[in-house]
Design a protein around this ligand. Structure first.
Ligand code: ADP
Ligand code: MG
Length: 493
């Protein structure tokens, strides 16, 4: 049955080869393409009170001809017909371009119906259509299609109508019944019919809703399959960490992992072990324990003989991470170094030398990490925190400092799963959706961008470093516009 819709458009009565060529220019090849060629807007023929019509809106009105129409010629072959109409309490002007012959149809005292764009300031309708007599259009909405070349809107309307009467019954559902019911979506055939031949605005909404849903769903499915493909086609390193060792490290932590942490650790380790390159987003609120998860991944990389890098957006965060990771790693003989922009001259040279020799196991820093002279011996794992503050380019540079290292992006910005699939389509997503118990209580404050200075000042006043609240500035410029408008800051005590 579907085969019917895959036929070339010439299967539709009235479409010959020439017409088929014109349609091909509009990317319409098959009967199905024609049926799915959606209008980009609708002509609204419902009569409206001019008082309720906004400037520049399209409108259909009935009016009594109040003056003899006059035609003014200008330029070559150009002319404008104007006529005064009494519409309700309004005396307005209707203008028609290049249709001088309408003069014959317009007689003083008679009623005509015109459709066009309302200019509120000039009290004028620039009309595209008119008919003698009262509003007699039996259709409230008429679809308007984008056309190309010799094609006209009228013609394509006719072709779609013909295609529908010949093949409409062949249109089949592509969404599972379950989803249709769950989301109360109308079926595909009805939806298509309504898109082309709507009779009311409610059903138009339903039809649109159905196709919006369909489009999103197909998009997501496509992204998922791309992701699968991408994973299978991105050779990486299989990091064979030492499990016993790793278990000892995890047991040695000052606290047991939460269920959510265990789950994401397993997801991450699974990726690292696989021969494919990890490309994973780790989302969890501030204080949910992402740093520990990152530490476990870094430990695993080290135990397999690889170096790790942790890139964070600010020096403050770099320092925080460096402190907590040093504490965790020191007992295990893992060397952590902080490469910030304040590391300069001889110290910097020495650090880079150690890095190249593999004497530094974990390097932490800001953009400083992606400078040209930063070379690793064998970078196996790249972690970025609050990753959307880095551009794609920066992430790529860091990634290329190793040979296909595994990559983990950490963020505290809640990203709805659906959006994550859309924005980070090619990534796998892990979520820490559970807070550690017995942790220090966390108060989160959201501060507007303008308050940044003030908040920072009070933060600096905290006497001892350890007492300072934790700052994070999850900018989401590239992500969600409402978030980017209010750059937020959360402070955890
Ligand atoms: P995030 O990076 O997600 O903001 P952190 O990793 O910095 O969170 O963890 C916040 C605090 O909670 C830290 O003090 C950390 O030591 C502590 N913590 C992390 N995981 C646990 C856990 N499973 N049980 C108790 N405390 C934890
Ligand atoms: Mg953190």
């Amino acid at each position: 049955m579907d085969e019917q819709l895959k036929q070339p458009v010439t299967a539709v009565k009235g479409i010959g080869n020439e017409m088929a060529d014109t349609l091909a220019d509009m990317q319409i090849m098959t009967v199905g393409d024609l049926l799915e060629y959606f209008p980009y807007r609708y002509e609204d023929y419902r009569l409206k009170d001019l008082a309720e019509v906004k400037h520049e809106e399209r409108v259909t009105v009935e009016g009594k001809v109040h003056s003899e129409p006059s035609v003014v010629y200008y330029g070559r072959k150009k002319n404008r017909l104007t006529v005064r109409l009494l519409v309700g309490r309004y005396l307005i002007i209707a203008t028609f371009f290049n249709q001088p012959y309408l003069k014959q149809k317009i007689n003083v005292g008679e009623t005509i119906t015109v459709t066009g764009k309302w200019d509120q300031h000039r009290q004028t309708i620039t009309a595209t259509q008119m008919s003698a007599g009262e509003h007699a259009i039996n259709q409230d909405f008429e679809p308007v299609y984008a056309v190309k070349g010799k094609m006209t809107v009228k013609t394509i309307r006719r072709l779609i109508k013909q295609a529908f009467s010949q093949f409409g019954h062949e249109i089949t559902e592509i969404l599972p019944n379950e989803l249709l019911q769950k989301y109360k979506l109308i079926n595909r055939r009805d939806a298509l019919r309504i898109m082309h031949f709507p009779s009311g605005s409610d059903e138009m909404k339903q039809a649109r809703r159905r196709f919006v849903y369909e489009e999103f769903l197909l998009f997501q499915l496509k992204m998922q399959s791309l992701r699968k493909l991408e994973r299978e086609q991105s050779p990486g390193i299989a990091i064979s960490y030492e499990l016993d060792n790793l278990k000892a490290f995890i047991t040695g932590l000052p606290f047991p992992l939460t269920g959510a942490q265990k789950r994401v650790v397993n997801e991450i380790l699974g990726d690292m072990k696989s021969p494919y390159r990890m490309n994973r987003l780790l989302q969890g609120d501030v204080g949910s324990g992402k740093t520990v998860v990152a530490a476990i991944a870094l430990y695993a990389a080290k135990s397999a003989g690889y170096q790790g890098a942790l890139m964070v957006p600010t020096e403050i965060l770099a320092e925080q991470h460096s402190q907590s990771l040093t504490q965790l790693f020191e007992p295990f003989g893992i060397t952590v170094a902080l490469l910030s922009s304040s590391v300069k001259g001889k110290r910097r040279r020495e650090m880079l030398e150690q890095l190249k020799l593999g004497e530094i196991n974990v390097l932490i820093g800001t953009h400083a990490l992606i400078q040209d002279d930063v070379d690793f011996l064998n970078l196996g794992l790249v972690i970025t925190d609050e990753q959307h503050r880095f551009g794609v380019e920066q992430r790529r540079v860091l990634r290329e400092k190793g040979e296909n290292p595994d990559v983990l992006f950490m963020t505290a910005t809640p990203i709805p799963r659906t959006l994550a699939i859309t924005v980070f389509g090619e990534m796998d997503v892990s979520v820490i959706d559970e807070m550690p118990s017995g942790r220090k209580t966390i108060e989160t404050y959201w501060a507007k961008h303008e308050m940044l200075e003030r908040v920072l000042a009070s933060w600096k006043k905290s006497s001892r470093k350890e007492d300072r609240p934790m700052l994070s500035v999850p900018s989401s410029r590239s992500l969600i516009s409402w978030m980017s408008r209010m750059q937020s800051m959360s402070i955890a005590h």
